[in-house]
Design a protein around this ligand. Sequence first.
Ligand code: C5P
Length: 307
Amino acid sequence: MARVVSIKAPAKINLFLQVLGRREDGYHQISSLMQMVGLYDDLTFEESSHKVSLRVAGLPIVGESPNLIVVAARLLQNQVEAARGKAASISLTKRIPVSAGLGGGSSNAAATLIGLNRLWSLGLSLDQLSLLGARIGSDVPFFLHGPTAWVGGRGEIVAPDAPLPEYFVVLVNTGAAVSTAWAYQQFSRSDRLTNGDQPISMNDLKIFKFSTTEILLRPRNDLEEVTFSAFPSLVRIKRRLCDLGGKGVLMSGSGPTVFALFEEFPSAKQAASALSCEGQTWVIKSLRRRPSVRLRKKSLSVEGHLA
Ligand code: C5P
């Protein structure tokens, strides 16, 4: 019997994203309210006697090399004594579009840390996994803590917040790929920084906290202007979602995905249909808890025994 761990890796949206300053290491200080939403990649981690392998189905992954799942597995093996020399067959079914501002790659990395921690019985806490996660990518710690959290620093300071009331979330993705590095670079060049180079602490983060109601009334993403000027159709998409009654309408992360929140499913569905000419659309829910981890035992197939 082989042990198999299954995890759903959710996408995120940024309900608020303020860029506060550029750091000496080239990253930017941010203050952001991040929210997990119910669009998922599926990951399974199966015991294996060989090495760490990755099989990908669903959407093709382009531009991310090496894959963040592999990076996360290698990091565990290099940093955690008990993980050294361990093996796993990892399967990924990709549904979250890549370079879309939805954090799919980071969510996959976080799911890998959680999944292999369980499969290999490493016993690491979420805080320990977060420290490792921050070395993989700025958004990874959020995915270890969600579903709703304020993040600071370059993304590695995570302050979980009360879960958002459940909303129907409409996502519109034109299919353009936006590089996060490019968006931040353009933003810096445009001299729009609000707070010089000062690093912010957890206390500062609290000062920048606004209530969810305020956030939904005055949605803000400092990276919108940069991405919108490169992809003008996003301006039209945003306006249309507002006209159709969406709340908190905003671009997520560095884009290009634009989202809107709705209290009722029919109006969300109507907005998604109206926007389907602009690209791919989804109607999903905001999550009120992190997806759970499933562990099962699978009987080995004949080929499995022979391999
Ligand atoms: O951390 P991650 O690898 O996801 O970031 C990708 C790129 O985005 C970084 O190399 C950096 O150029 C930019 N970035 C930034 N400030 C952040 C997060 C990312 O400048 N807070």
